[in-house]
Design a protein. Sequence first.
Length: 166
Amino acid sequence: MNAARLMFLLALLGLPLAASAAELKIGFLDAERINRESAPAIRASKELEREFAPRIQELQKMERQLKDAQAALEKDAMTMSESERTRREQELVRNNREFQRAQREYREDLNTRRNEKLADLFQRANKVIQQIAEAEKFDLILQEAVYRSPRIDITDKVLKALGELK
């Protein structure tokens, strides 16, 4: 078979694919906007702020105490006995270690709670997306794309629907 015939045959085979592709209804969803702008995401963020505010304040207090102790040690180091300076340095190291442990636990707990909230948000969002897809007869809804036309973006519809949920 020569090259011209092969190209003609491939073109004919591609026609039904092109015709069926024209019938597809595709939508796009910006998941980052849902995570940032949706009413449930904003509520979750405020809940996390309230929940973790006391721990943040405690960490800030610990940090101030460490800085004050470090400054006092540096100021008084020349007038202290060697044993007193060593004792205060060791105490500073212990307190610093405790502060770092508390920070690490805070970050881990915050990440765990944030992930729980995000999982709940995306579960709700997926239900809304499915409802929109079924109601508007979408064949495919994408969450990531290198390029997308604004006319296929359904993010605003999803944000509105999530805002109506309690």
